[in-house]
Design a protein around this ligand. Structure first.
Ligand code: NAP
Length: 258
């Protein structure tokens, strides 16, 4: 692959850090953004000699615009933008407070909207570019009720992603928009989730950050509308939409209210 300029939000750890390192190894120019300065700088040092760190809080539009501006100032353009930053939350529907919903919408939906609105005009101007939004299987199959507001924020992200793709297809066919749907991934996500995470039952299929990152690298090489990083989960989606009631009835009791 020709070296590309690739921006990754949430690059200080987990999937974003693994993705940065894999892309850096392939010779791409990486701009990583996150709030935690030291971990982010360390990841960028391990990524490539010219990888660039931008300390930013993606819940602030001005920060996201600064990420774009610094990327363009440093490398002259952006080819790929990955909205990866995100956070989980353990709260059931009846427990949700206004501020819980606001937090999930802010960090998982508005952050990505800011990214889309910051970078897509640059892609339109150049006539090409690739936007990648990292969602979650829980945004398509809401199978973990304790993640209610998180799942809702990712479901909304799925919809904005599809709508943007449809807006661009006629006028800017070389501006591509992809949605990534990982299942469970063994990162600090579960620890970082607001209000913690109940222990996962044994046998839940899980991927490593490196496995998810290499699936996203392949997506960058060959853009597609959607990517299930763990392909068998596509079958679970089909089953869910075939009969939602039957799917829910068959779900294990994991995560039921105590
Ligand atoms: N792990 C899973 O099981 C799983 C499954 C499906 C989807 N996902 C999605 O995959 C993405 C990456 O998750 P992960 O597993 O890598 O989680 P993680 O290990 O907790 O990493 C999250 C990253 O997002 C950054 N971040 C969080 N809030 C931010 C903010 N306000 N501003 C800037 N950066 C922020 C964090 O950096 P700082 O804290 O330094 O800011 C960190 O780099 C998320 O969108 C998540 O929803 C994860």
């Amino acid at each position: 692959m020709e070296p590309k300029v690739i921006v990754i939000t949430g690059a200080s750890g987990g999937i974003g850090a693994a993705l940065a390192k894999q892309l850096g190894k392939q010779g791409h120019h990486v701009v990583g953004a996150a709030r935690s300065e030291e971990p982010l700088r360390l990841v960028m040092r391990e990524t490539a000699h010219d990888a660039h760190a931008v300390i930013a809080d993606v819940t602030r539009r001005v920060d996201v615009e600064r990420v774009r501006d610094e990327a363009i100032r440093t490398f002259g353009r952006v080819d790929v933008w990955v909205n990866n930053a995100g956070q989980g939350m353990t709260r059931r529907v009846l427990e949700l407070r206004d501020e819980d919903i606001d937090q999930m919408i802010s960090v998982n939906l508005k952050s990505a909207l800011y990214g889309m609105q910051a970078i897509v005009p640059h892609f339109q101007e150049r006539g090409e570019g690739h936007l990648v939004n990292v969602s979650s299987m829980l945004g398509r199959v809401p199978s973990a009720p304790f993640r209610a507001a998180y799942s809702a924020s990712k479901a909304a992200l799925n919809v904005l992603t599809s709508n943007l793709r449809m807006d661009l297809r006629a006028t800017h066919p070389k501006v591509t928009v992809s949605l990534v749907l990982p299942g469970v991934v063994s990162t600090d996500f579960h620890k970082n989730a607001a209000f913690g995470t109940p222990p996962l039952p044994p046998g839940v299929p899980s991927q490593t950050a490196d496995e998810v990152a290499s699936a996203i690298v392949s997506l960058i090489e060959s853009p597609a509308a959607e990517l299930y990083t763990n392909p068998p989960l596509a079958g679970m989606v089909r089953k869910y939409f075939e009969d939602v009631g039957a799917f829910e009835a068959a779900m294990p009791s994991f995560g039921q209210p105590r």
